[in-house]
Design a protein around this ligand. Structure first.
Ligand SMILES: C[S@@+](CC[C@H](N)C(=O)[O-])C[C@H]1O[C@@H](n2cnc3c(N)ncnc32)[C@H](O)[C@@H]1O
Length: 233
C-alpha cells in the first residue's frame, strides 16, 4: 500500500472521525469475516437472497471504473481486482471506516500500490484530496445506520470529491416496498437488528432524492433487491 497517502493506520483516526453509530456498519468486517465475505455476499447472497446476479455488479464496475478511482467501502476488493485497468499504475484510493478491509483490499490489488484512508463517510468533514474520475460506492449505503435524509451526507461528500466529468456508481440494497423471498426478509431483519445493515427506511424514492440533491443526472436500475445507480455532476 502506498503509505504516502495513508491516514489513520498509525494513529488510529477511527476514534476521532467516526461517529459511534457508524462503527456498527463496519465492525462486522473482522479478518475472519473477510475470509468468508466473497463467498457469502457475492457467491451466495446476491443470487439466492437479493436476486441480483453478481455479474450485473461486475459489469457496472467494468463500465465505469477509471484510471483515477476512489473505492469507498473497500471490502475485500472483490470487484476492483477484476477490473482490467488500461494503464500499469492507475491512481486508486481506498476509503473505509475499517482498518481490516483497507488492509485486505490493499493486498488484493497491491500491484497497483493503492493508497488507503481511514474515514467515516458520515463524518462532518472529508479529507482534502485531488478529485477522482470515478468513485465506486457499492453495497455501502445500506450499511450506514441512519435515516436516508442523514445518509444523504455520504453522497454530498462524494460529489465534492468527483471531477466535473466523473461518475459515481454502485449499488445498494433497499428495504421499503421491495419484494423479497422469506429467507431474504429474515436475513435483512436480522442484519438491521445487529447493525450490520441500516436500511430499514431505505426506498427507491429516498435513494433517488439523495442522488437528485447532489448530482445533475443519475440513473437507477432495480435488479431484485439491489438498486444499481450511476450519477454525474
Ligand atoms: C458490504 S461491504 C461492501 C464492500 C465492497 N464495496 C463490495 O461491494 O463488496 C461494506 C463496506 O463499507 C464499509 N463501511 C461501512 N460503514 C462505513 C462508513 N460509515 N464509512 C466508510 N466505510 C464504511 C465497511 O467497512 C465495508 O468495507
Amino acid at each position: 500500500m502506498n503509505r504516502g497517502l495513508l491516514m489513520g493506520f498509525e494513529n488510529d483516526m477511527t476514534q476521532t472521525i467516526a461517529t459511534r453509530d457508524s462503527l456498527a456498519g463496519a465492525a462486522i468486517y473482522t479478518k475472519t469475516a473477510l475470509k468468508l465475505y466473497d463467498f457469502w455476499v457475492h457467491g451466495f447472497s446476491n443470487h439466492y437472497l437479493w436476486n441480483c446476479p453478481t455479474e450485473q455488479l461486475h459489469a457496472h464496475y467494468q463500465r465505469h471504473t477509471s484510471n483515477n478511482h476512489l473505492e469507498v467501502g473497500a471490502g475485500t476488493g472483490f470487484f476492483l481486482k477484476q477490473v482490467p485497468f488500461r494503464v500499469l499504475k492507475p491512481r486508486i484510493v481506498l476509503m473505509d471506516l475499517n482498518q481490516n478491509t483497507l488492509e485486505v483490499a490493499s493486498r488484493a490489488i497491491q500491484h497497483y500500490e493503492p493508497a488507503g484512508i481511514l474515514v467515516d463517510i458520515l463524518s462532518d468533514t472529508m479529507p482534502t484530496l485531488p478529485k477522482f474520475d470515478s468513485i465506486a460506492f457499492n453495497y455501502v449505503w445500506h450499511c450506514l445506520p441512519a435515516a436516508p435524509a442523514r445518509k444523504e451526507q455520504a453522497f454530498r461528500h462524494l460529489a465534492s470529491l468527483l471531477n466535473k466529468d466523473g461518475v459515481l456508481f454502485g449499488a445498494t440494497l433497499l428495504r421499503q416496498n421491495i419484494p423479497m423471498n422469506p429467507l431474504a426478509k429474515a436475513v435483512m431483519t436480522l442484519y438491521n437488528q445487529k447493525g450490520i445493515f441500516g436500511n430499514n427506511a431505505d426506498s427507491r424514492a429516498s435513494l433517488e432524492s439523495a442522488l437528485a440533491a447532489n448530482f445533475s443526472r443519475y440513473e437507477i436500475r432495480q435488479e431484485g433487491v439491489a438498486a444499481i445507480f450511476s450519477a454525474w455532476k
